[in-house]
Ligand binder design. Sequence first.
Ligand code: DGL
Length: 271
Amino acid sequence: MIGVFDSGIGGLTVLQWIRQRLPQANLLYLADQAYAPYGAKDSDLLQQRCDQIADWLIEQGCTVLVVACNTATAHCIDALRDRLTVDIIGVEPGIKPAALGTRSGAIGILATENTLASSRYQQLASRFNPNTRVVNQPCSGLADAIEQGPDTGSIDTILAGCTAAMTEAGVDRVVLGCTHYPLVQDRLQRLLGAGVQLIDTGEAIAGEVARRAGVAALGEGKTRLLTTGSRARLQHLIGTYPQLSDHFQANQCETAPELSVQSQTSGSSSA
Ligand code: DGL
């Protein structure tokens, strides 16, 4: 079984590619909606959540884990890999395909504050800086607004604010450096214009999972979607984003009450 997690519904944009690539695999998805968003939370709290979720997924029988969250990958994957023996695959902003593909010489990266501030991301970005202008754009509050549903008014305001500097800089490639952002891809494309290519690494990650899954790819093709928050809310969100309702059903949703409670020692929920 393959375990996949994110702060919320964002990782489902990766899960749907894994589902397509590995039709027989049993997939267990955990949306940590009781603690979402992760984008501006304290790193210690993020590590506690990632440790607790990874241990739980392994207890459920997962032998491969996918951290379907750029923020959690940037801050927590090294410690997870040091501590655990299962194969752990993460996600990172697709700077490389953007830098290799740009004709204008300028690319934009949309991600959370925590992802852009991480040393892991800064090392990745530094490899491309000499030849390419990289416009780093933190999208404060965007993942949280997406978690409230597609009709949330602030989504368009935040997107307009996030894309202004990109257009000004003449970028022709924009990286979706948070797994929530493919859920607003059409709106972003309209704001940026047809000449800008959006880069989402979900399909490439699924390819990597397929290469490394081994026996974890063999099963009955079951998908279970668990949340540390409200099952009704997860069901509602899956029904309202077409990118999710095309691939998942309400009856696949459950709660994971054993993961919902944890003393919140630090961080805030106002990303
Ligand atoms: N979807 C996550 C990411 O890729 C987390 C966003 C958030 O919770 O702020 O970064």
